[in-house]
Design a protein around this ligand. Sequence first.
Ligand SMILES: NC(=O)C1=CN([C@@H]2O[C@H](COP(=O)(O)OP(=O)(O)OC[C@H]3O[C@@H](n4cnc5c(N)ncnc54)[C@H](OP(=O)(O)O)[C@@H]3O)[C@@H](O)[C@H]2O)C=CC1
Ligand SMILES: C[C@H]1O[C@H](OP(=O)(O)OP(=O)(O)OC[C@H]2O[C@@H](n3cnc4c(=O)[nH]c(N)nc43)[C@H](O)[C@@H]2O)[C@@H](O)[C@@H](O)C1=O
Length: 333
Amino acid sequence: MQKNKSVPNLYVAGHRGMVGAAILRVLEEQAKQSGQALNLITRTHSELDLTNQAAVQEFFKKEKPDQVYLAAARVGGIHANNTYPAQFIYENLMIEANVIHAAFTHGTKKLLFLGSSCIYPKHASQPMSEDALLTGTLEPTNEPYAIAKIAGIKLCESYNRQYSATHGIDYRSVMPTNLYGPGDNYHPKNSHVIPALIRRFHEAKISNAPSVTIWGTGTPKREFLYVDDMARASVHVMNLDKDTYAQHTQPMCSHINVGSGQDITIKDLAELIKDTVGYTGAIEFDPSKPDGSPRKLMDSQRLNSLGWHPQVSLQQGLANTYKTGTDLFSAPH
Ligand SMILES: NC(=O)C1=CN([C@@H]2O[C@H](COP(=O)(O)OP(=O)(O)OC[C@H]3O[C@@H](n4cnc5c(N)ncnc54)[C@H](OP(=O)(O)O)[C@@H]3O)[C@@H](O)[C@H]2O)C=CC1
Ligand SMILES: C[C@H]1O[C@H](OP(=O)(O)OP(=O)(O)OC[C@H]2O[C@@H](n3cnc4c(=O)[nH]c(N)nc43)[C@H](O)[C@@H]2O)[C@@H](O)[C@@H](O)C1=O
């Protein structure tokens, strides 16, 4: 595609993932509505392994993106985090360090890093504000992933602190709550709870199974956000002017929460998904499986006060996801 030199080059890392693909949709929609050209840069994982420092440096030297959306990561639910902790900490640290340092080295002024609500302490007071970071012990099932995500925030903060005045860089971090939507990972064990349960209830409906088993006690509470709302938040935060962002993320131009503002027990979520799928059997619980954090509701008032609000309710989002989901059950992940 012919590049238009007068508009910025935007690199979306992880563009084939659930969030990266949604960010592309939002950028494309905004470009269409405004009539402006869009210079997108993308690479698949097999074209560019972001854990490879030399390859990442070469890529940034060649493409020199003006803006980077860093949505590539090793991602998974409670079982995957608990089973593959080395991959979760190593790959995420490498991806973040390589991309953020290469962005700085090759003149990228704006970067948005995607973290996660698991950065906050297991027993943080609810709702969790941005200031709860590093105030207590993390949830053990995902501590390695959380440590890597905290390192990503600190990379952005540190590069800003050292180089913002001299090099004009402006690296920001958003902390999404649990996300779901089209393009999710439906692996029976490694996925997050929503895609896992959509698949399990759907398969039980097809096979007329008498019951479906939910991991854990059903008592933990989670906050869920539809991925298109997350993508709109990402583009919104990237495009806030520097002074506005700095004023709202004092003292260190740090991270900002992105959540729906409402949470639900896993038991009630299971009932909702059961209804969405149209399954009529029973629900059972397996308390031998981990519950993880008891509650993870984020305080997203900072971002709300900056003009972003979620648009898609959990009921609507689940219905949209189920409509698009079943053909993805057999996708590799
Ligand atoms: N999903 C959720 O509930 C939440 C997600 N987040 C964060 O949002 C971001 C996006 O997550 P999501 O879209 O759900 O994740 P996905 O697993 O759907 O997508 C991740 C993407 O990153 C790519 N990727 C992974 N490793 C590498 C690598 N070494 N080199 C190049 N590309 C790589 C994957 O490519 P491939 O598939 O080919 O490996 C994939 O395109 C992540 O930072 C995640 O931590 C935060 C909170 C909740
Ligand atoms: C986004 C977030 O995701 C992970 O943390 P998590 O919030 O624990 O996410 P989860 O979706 O896997 O589980 C939520 C709850 O749901 C229960 N649950 C029931 N039945 C199933 C089930 O079948 N699959 C899964 N995965 N969970 C189930 C499960 O026991 C837990 O109580 C981390 O990767 C973390 O690092 C992170 O960032």
